[in-house]
Design a protein. Sequence first.
Length: 184
Amino acid sequence: MKKWSLLLVVAILAFVACEDDAELKNVLKYDGENFSAPQLPAGQHTFAVRFGEDELKDFIGKTLEEVTFYAGIQPENCVVKVFGQGTANEPGVELYSANVTNAIILQDWTTHKLAGGGIEITGDDIWIAVDVIHAQSQQSIGCDAGPNQQDGDWLFRSDDPQWKSFSAGTPENVNWNIRGVVAD
């Protein structure tokens, strides 16, 4: 009887582990677990991660269906955005936008399901972004402890209106806690 119980427990653990691995295979991300968040001044800030051809090749024909991000302190306004292919340093046309200010879960992960069935992945670049407005200096969107991955820390600020890698303008070496979930 003990052998059967042990075998059952091992089988359940193996199934759960495989299920978690399958879920991870459908996530577009550069980051690790949340570590902190940058202190940014009052104003509008767009945090973004860019996924190019290499990161998307296994997902062509599938659909980006959710955006997940880690939120620290409540911003005045928060909008999830997805942009199409632009250049290596700037996103293209806005493909999706939704205000999620009232849906944010503070000090945790917030998941937003894209309306309209999501966005088909064609192999062209996808920029996944979270746009926030701060009334004062604060930490709103989380980051990992690094090291920085190329395209894991894009930032556009109203007081410096150009897309830059966060690590290019600061001594910080992080990736934003912003992820895309792809449907099977």
